[in-house]
Design a protein around this ligand. Structure first.
Ligand SMILES: [Fe+2]
Ligand SMILES: [Fe+2]
Length: 192
C-alpha cells in the first residue's frame, strides 16, 4: 500500500488530533532517519502508522494485542495505554499490508521501548514525543537533543514518560526500565 493510501485509511481510523499527531510523527521520523542514516521509507511508514490502534475500544485493543505475537503481560493489561503498540503492529499487517519486521517492531515497541532497541525503534520512540503538536515543558530541549544524540534523546524521552506516569499513579513497564538502564550504562562505558 502506498503512503497516500495508508494516509487515507488512517484518517478514517483516528480522530483528527491523533491523525495530525501521526503526520507530525512521520515528519520527525523522516528528519531523524536522514540525520542518523536510517531507511527513510521505513521511518516514514512506521511514524505514520505507529498509533493506528489508538482509537480502538478496550476489547478490540486486547484482541489485536494478543494476536500480535508480542508477549502481553499483566502490566500491559492493567495499563491499557501500553497495548496500542502491540495491537498497532497487528493492525498494520491486517489493514495496511505492512510485513516488514523492523517497521512492525518499531510500532509494537513505541509504547514501552525495550532492551537492544534498533535505530528505527529509537527514531519512532523519540519522534512520537517531539512531533510539532507536543507541548510539554522540556520538549524544545528534547527536540534539540534528538538531532545531536539519539540514545540520549531516548533516555530523556523515557524520563519524561516515566515522570508523567508516576504523577498519574500509573504502572511503569519493566521494558522501559531495562531499555533506559542499558542506554545509560552504554553512555558511561559500562554497557555492551
Ligand atoms: Fe502511541
Ligand atoms: Fe504517538
Amino acid at each position: 500500500m502506498n503512503i497516500d493510501a495508508i494516509k487515507a485509511k488512517l484518517k478514517d481510523l483516528l480522530d483528527e488530533q491523533r491523525f495530525l499527531h501521526s503526520l507530525g510523527t512521520m515528519e520527525y521520523a523522516i528528519l531523524l532517519a536522514q540525520r542518523f542514516g536510517e531507511d527513510i521509507q521505513k521511518a516514514m511508514v512506521a511514524g505514520l502508522v505507529h498509533d493506528c490502534a489508538k482509537c480502538l475500544d478496550r476489547e478490540e485493543l486486547l484482541n489485536c494485542a494478543f494476536k500480535s505475537g508480542i508477549v502481553i503481560d499483566n502490566i500491559m493489561i492493567n495499563q491499557p495505554e501500553l497495548l496500542h503498540g502491540p495491537a498497532g503492529s497487528y493492525l498494520a499487517k491486517q489493514l495496511f499490508k505492512i510485513y516488514d519486521v523492523e517497521i512492525l517492531n518499531a510500532i509494537a515497541y513505541h509504547t514501552t521501548g525495550r532492551e537492544n532497541m534498533t535505530k528505527l525503534e529509537k527514531i519512532i520512540y523519540v519522534a512520537d514525543l517531539i512531533e510539532p503538536s507536543r507541548k510539554f515543558k522540556s520538549v524544545e530541549i528534547l527536540r534539540e537533543k534528538s538531532f545531536e544524540n539519539l540514545d540520549r534523546a531516548v533516555v530523556m524521552a523515557m524520563d519524561n514518560t516515566i515522570k508523567y506516569v508516576i504523577e498519574k499513579g500509573g504502572l511503569i513497564h519493566p521494558s522501559t526500565i531495562f531499555a533506559r538502564n542499558q542506554l545509560i550504562l552504554k553512555e558511561s562505558g559500562e554497557g555492551n
